[in-house]
Ligand binder design. Structure first.
Ligand SMILES: [Zn+2]
Length: 141
């Protein structure tokens, strides 16, 4: 599961969607997230920009709400949605991918030797092959 940056903020529509689909991210992120609504002016700006770029057909009202909020707050938008990223670009809103597609995978920690690069399932004092330090690494299973 990805970590949220500090002071993460989202719109009420996103919270509703996460609730609707009983998304586990809500439970994980709930305590870190602040919720705020965008201004009507920002929403209008986003709607006009979406029509102009042709993204309006692919964007839900919630997508536009989030974009408007990022515009209002001059915040970096966390999204993997291509249409949202495209419109963010048009609006001059900074965005960053979050790897949502990876999120359902389980993270399994493994231990890789700094010396010879051999990977072990369990942590050990040092590498039984070359004696170097082991470093934890995550492998997705
Ligand atoms: Zn080694």
């Amino acid at each position: 599961m990805e970590d949220l940056p500090p002071n993460a903020i989202t719109s009420p529509g996103v919270i509703n969607e996460l609730r609707k689909y009983a998304d586990p991210r809500l439970r994980y992120w709930g305590e870190f997230l602040s919720v705020a609504s965008p201004s009507p002016k920002a929403l209008e700006t986003v709607r006009i920009a979406a029509e102009g770029s042709g993204d309006d057909a692919r964007l839900s009202p919630v997508d536009m709400e989030v974009l408007a909020l990022a515009l209002d707050l001059k915040a970096t938008l966390l999204t993997d949605d291509y249409s949202i990223q495209n419109l963010a670009c048009v609006l001059g809103v900074k965005y960053q991918g979050v790897g949502f597609r990876e999120i359902k995978k389980v993270i399994i920690w493994k231990y890789r030797c700094k010396g010879c690069g051999k990977v072990f399932d369990k942590n050990q004092q040092d590498c039984p092959i070359c004696g170097s330090e082991l470093r934890s690494t995550r492998s997705r299973g």
